[in-house]
Design a protein around this ligand. Sequence first.
Ligand code: HEM
Length: 368
Amino acid sequence: TDVVPFEGAHQAGIATDVQAHLHFAAFDVLADDAAGLAGLLRDWTAAARALVSGRPVGEGGAVGGDPLAPPADTGEALGLPAARLTLTVGLGPSLFDDRFGLAARRPAALVDLPAFPGDTLDPARCGGDLAVQACADDPQVAVHAIRTLSRIAAGRAAVRWAQLGYGRAATVDPSAPTPRNLFGFKDGTANVPGADTAALDEHVWVAADDALAPGERWMTGGTYLVARRIAMHIETWDRTSLAEQEQVVGRTKGEGAPLGGSREHEAFDPATLPTASHVRLAHPSRHGGARMLRRGFNYTDGATGLGRLDAGLFFLAYQRDVRRAFVPVQQALAADDALNEYVRHTGSGVWAVPPGVGAGGWWGEQLL
Ligand code: HEM
């Protein structure tokens, strides 16, 4: 079946096998109190249940309602399969303020990301009170889902920025062929496998016995999402020799094997890789064993206006605590990664991803 179950202890779209397409949107909330916010999240959840099952939203759907009224569903997904659509919702740091009386409920792990050396962030691609990650094997299904949630939110939340992605640049299934990013390298080789519940419990899901203050227990079973829009200077990269490209990454381009090795998934000692190589600097052995579940997508957003494609990686990473995973890893990468010559971080956000939705439940009910 191409329907991913919506309900569960954790939200779908994280450990789920990565779909082929992404539409990601960050929202500013316009509702001015907690009841308004809760109402929006209830309505979104109801719509999400229909969308992920491949059903149109609302009474009458796209064509079965009152002919004198605008249809409840916009219609462009009529006849399309569910396409393994998942919708995953996150709550940004800016949501935990006086508007909604949530200041005391902000998890300590939901830090504002520090500025990293070399950041060239565009404020128009940063932040957001809410984030929705829509992943599907059909791009129209993912876009229909985001459009529908945005339409349902009218007057209560507005799209702040959004990103389309394609060609998953990560896998959570080590037995499937590893996809490639726009530098032509396999991406996701050493990722946290989506079926490895022990690794997920250790590195991705917030546990009940984490040192959670009383106000943040609602995050049990949740996780934290970091998104970075990373522009890749593919024209410069394409003028770089194969040997140099492999030195920069620390793996071979064809097989994806650690340099000095011959097979993609073989064990390796990162200390044997080039000092400034990406894999050596990002390796868990340098960061107290910290890992994250990477779920990024490639993007091309037209041209830069300077005779180049505006291309890159929309990096998405889920983790139990950003203070132990993304932040220290990105600090090490920003300081020394040989890849920095070829990439620029242009967008950023961090969100608390609440736990999954049970029967009759709704996104964020543990908080609101
Ligand atoms: C590994 C590419 C950004 C963290 C890798 C690999 C490639 C790659 C080719 C090796 C294959 C694999 O194990 O997945 C890139 C590119 C990036 C980028 C092209 C930017 C455009 C980042 C960022 C982070 C990160 C921002 C985190 C702050 C990691 C980690 C690994 C990895 C943790 C696995 C290391 C290991 O355990 O061996 N990346 N990456 N990457 N990357 Fe990146």
